[in-house]
Design a protein around this ligand. Structure first.
Ligand SMILES: *Cc1c(COP(=O)(O)O)cnc(C)c1O
Length: 409
């Protein structure tokens, strides 16, 4: 019989969102009359239409493919030059990142999981708690952890607590780790990291020969001019950090699928015998073998995000979602709840009313307010006692959620 990868059996209770899906499905089945007015602020998925500039670019690209003279087959695995250059020039202007450092993909979820292909066994890996579950589960699947406990914590991972006391940015660990996942602006807490905090992490990585995997999926939502948008704004980061970016949240590409990793030439790992090897070289090799590129119409759509019209439309989308976040923040604050995030990120992170656990609050919101939120404990043990409200919604829905919250509490 074919042997399976036993590591999969270590995974706890499945990914958070399937569990939410099961509870919502059971609820709507039992309460069919309420299904049409259910408001979903759970999963972090955008709701507004694709920018016109993106739509036009994708239509045009499909027409090109539909004509023999302009047809294109396989493209470069690492992404078309036109997109890699647009990214380098626009998203990293002034940061000395070149088109050659950019690897275009079908999204950041895949990238943050796939990157583990090029790292060996025996690394000490640090994740934040709470955390984007993909970082943890992909390490479990590949065999980088032991068993999980009842809180969903896996043996062998270093958990860096993110709490209200440290503004949801973890303290530098005492021990030496080899790989650190950081995500700012953060999902789920909505926190952002200051220049000083990121500098401390870069300094730590340089001192310990560690690599930072920096997920900047929510960079477009930063409002505060002092908050760094890229890890490469931090001195020394080009020697120790990879950056993951996505068109999902800024351009509304969650269904279209496009993201990229930035890997400067100066980031190295080591072989078992201590020889320094370029991370970029390994990722390029891995990409050529396991990937055939993001689709051409999608890459043209992504390029259009950086056109003048595209930039203006993305700015309007961000303004819309951040307006929602401000309304949610105000409503929760007026109810006397402790509110975090929602200022440089589209997530509002709220302490549950006294006596309620994260899943208690989830069930209460679902059954009494007909609103889906995300229980903080689903993101890690330190998320217990919190819930996340996503600002990705229509204005009318967010106003209704605020009303229902006020009626509920
Ligand atoms: C949404 C999100 C992404 C982007 O994922 P895609 O696969 O590009 O849609 C990456 N990281 C985090 C933390 C996210 O929340």
């Amino acid at each position: 019989m074919a042997r399976i990868n036993d590591n999969f059996l270590k995974l706890k209770a499945g990914y958070l969102f399937p569990e939410i899906g099961r509870r919502v499905a059971a609820y709507t089945e039992a309460n069919a009359d309420k299904a049409s007015t259910l408001i979903r602020c759970g999963i972090g998925d955008v709701t507004e239409a694709l920018p016109k500039a993106v739509q036009e670019a994708m239509h045009k690209a499909v027409d090109e493919l539909g004509c023999r003279d302009t047809f294109r087959g396989y493209g470069p695995e690492q992404g078309y030059g036109f997109l890699r250059e647009a990214i380098a020039d626009n998203a990293f202007a002034g940061l000395d990142i070149s088109a050659d450092d950019i690897f275009v993909s079908d999204g950041s979820k895949c990238d943050t999981g796939n990157i583990l292909d090029i790292f060996g066994k025996g690394n000490t890996i640090a994740v934040t708690d709470p955390v984007y579950p993909v970082y943890v589960d992909t390490n479990v699947m590949i065999g980088n952890t032991g068993e999980g406990d009842e809180n969903g914590r896996y043996e062998g991972l270093v958990y860096l607590a993110c709490t209200a006391e440290n503004d949801f940015v973890p303290a530098i660990p005492k021990e030496k780790v080899d790989i650190i996942y950081l995500c700012y602006p953060n999902n789920p807490t909505g926190a952002s990291a200051t220049r000083e905090q990121l500098q401390a992490w870069v300094d730590y990585a340089l001192k310990n020969d560690a690599i930072i995997l920096y997920d900047a999926a929510y960079e477009a939502f930063i409002q505060d001019a002092d908050v760094p948008k890229s890890i490469y704004e931090i001195e020394g980061a080009k020697e120790c950090a990879l950056e993951f970016r996505s068109f999902s949240k800024n351009g509304g590409f969650t269904g279209v699928r496009c993201g990229y990793i930035v890997i400067p030439d100066s980031v190295f790992g080591s072989t078992a015998t201590g020889e320094k090897i370029s991370i970029k070289q390994l990722w390029s090799r891995r990409t050529s073998t396991k990937f055939n590129g993001a689709s051409y119409p999608v890459q043209r759509g992504a390029e259009a995000v950086f056109s003048d019209a595209g930039k203006a439309e993305v700015a309007a989308l961000v303004e819309h979602y951040m307006g929602n976040a401000a309304l949610l923040r105000t409503a929760c604050t007026e109810l006397g709840l402790k509110v975090f995030g929602g200022e440089n990120a589209p997530y509002v992170w709220v302490a549950c009313p006294a006596g309620l656990s994260s899943w208690d609050m989830f069930d209460k919101m679902l059954s009494e307010a007909n609103v889906v939120i995300t229980p903080g404990s689903g993101f890690g043990a330190a998320g217990e006692g919190y819930f996340r409200i996503s600002a990705f919604n229509s204005r009318a829905n967010v106003e209704e959620v605020c009303k229902r919250l006020k009626a509920l509490l």
